[in-house]
Design a protein around this ligand. Structure first.
Ligand code: PRE
Length: 363
């Protein structure tokens, strides 16, 4: 074996010296954030400390500048936590999410706001909306669509009655595991608990590996994990957070049928987010029930070359209009070409509600 040119001892000394620099620089950065908070408090009384557009810009810049060896997402995750701690120094951010603890929505909330945010579980999507509307929390996190199973109608319906705005989005890769209590043997599993969406996302795997087991739908994956904790013949389909929270072991990992299975979550709040440079806008549009209505609605998007990323139809609950459309597109409503397109849509539609313009999810 050839002698290494640098000794372990020397490398550790170098790491210590670098850590000193990192420590000093993070502290300097945190002190800057404190000064930013003072300026915000002075110039915008009651102003908001959390700035989604700025956070997105910071993370994108880090990813662009990164030259490795850490990959850009890993580096951005580290900066995500630094910013989260800096924001907590300014004002701790309180976030309600669709609970219980251990759900993918909690994972999404922490991915978006970082570990320094205070996250509070709610029992239902409309409760998340209510907590934000009441001012009990600053923001809410709700799931909106899954790549395998489609849209989460509850969330779309909640927007129809709410004045809240969308301030951000976060996309989470969803990995499901088959979890059991420590004493459960594979051949003893006769019942599997999970959320109906998760069953749907793992249908083929379950048909192949546990065709005989009874599938019992429950309100969340975390609830499924909680139930199997005390049942020796049961298993749960849930994610890493639930497995950790309830101390379960994995009988099988990543059992989702599609490897790209992901869920998109929305951040809801009371704030209009300025342009970040890579944004999305969400709208609800009610059209008069007449021939060609959908074509009339879509035509201005086409003419202004605006990239629509989602179009969902929901029955209107007011009874006045038969259908409403939920539309996502790339661009910010303050950009001139988007504003021009929206003006035209407003002339053609019975009602248009801009749910928000917000940065495209970075992480
Ligand atoms: O730039 C700001 O407005 C800050 O408050 C600083 C900072 C940061 O740490 O970079 C912290 C919180 C905000 O959400 C955005 C950025």
């Amino acid at each position: 074996m050839t002698e290494p040119t640098v000794s372990l001892e020397a490398l550790r000394q170098r790491i210590d010296a670098l850590d000193n620099d990192i420590l000093r620089l993070i502290s300097e950065r945190a002190a800057c954030a404190q000064q930013v908070a003072e300026i915000k408090a002075e110039h915008e009384p009651g102003g908001v400390f959390y700035r989604p557009e700025r956070e997105a810009q910071v993370l994108r810049r880090v990813m662009e500048l990164n030259k490795g060896p850490l990959d850009s997402e890993e580096m951005a995750r580290l900066f995500r936590e630094i910013m989260s701690a800096c924001l907590a120094l300014e004002q701790p951010v309180k976030v309600a999410y669709l609970g219980p603890e251990g759900t993918f929505t909690q994972q999404a909330a922490l991915k978006h706001f970082g570990e320094s945010a205070i996250s509070l579980p709610m029992a239902a999507i409309d409760e998340v909306f209510r907590e934000v509307e009441a001012g009990a929390v600053n923001y809410g996190v709700v799931p909106v669509e899954n790549s395998t199973e489609g849209v989460i109608n509850h969330t779309l319906d909640s927007f129809m009655d709410s004045g809240l705005r969308i301030c951000g989005e976060v996309v989470l890769r969803i990995h499901h595991h088959l979890l059991v209590a420590e004493t459960t043997r594979r051949d003893k599993v006769s019942r599997i608990y999970s959320h109906p969406q998760s069953f749907a996302q793992c249908r083929k795997w379950l048909d192949a590996h546990f065709p005989q087991a009874e599938r019992v739908p429950v309100s969340s994956n975390a609830e499924a994990a909680r139930l199997v904790k005390t049942e020796w013949h049961s298993a749960a389909i849930a994610g890493d957070m639930a497995a950790k929270l309830y101390g379960l072991s994995k009988l099988a990992e990543k059992i989702e049928d599609r490897p790209d299975n992901s869920t998109r979550f929305l951040i809801i709040g009371n704030q209009d987010v300025p342009i970040s440079g890579a944004d999305k806008t969400s709208l609800v549009v009610a059209m008069r029930n007449q021939p060609g209505a959908l074509h009339d609605l879509l035509e201005p998007f086409h003419r202004h070359q605006i990239d629509m990323t989602r179009l969902e139809t929901r029955p209107s609950r007011t009874g006045v209009w038969n259908y409403v459309f939920f539309i996502d597109f790339k661009g910010h409503c303050e950009e001139p070409r988007v504003a021009a397109m929206l003006e035209e849509v407003q002339l053609r539609a019975a009602e248009v509600k801009v749910l928000g313009s917000y940065p495209v999810g970075v992480l």
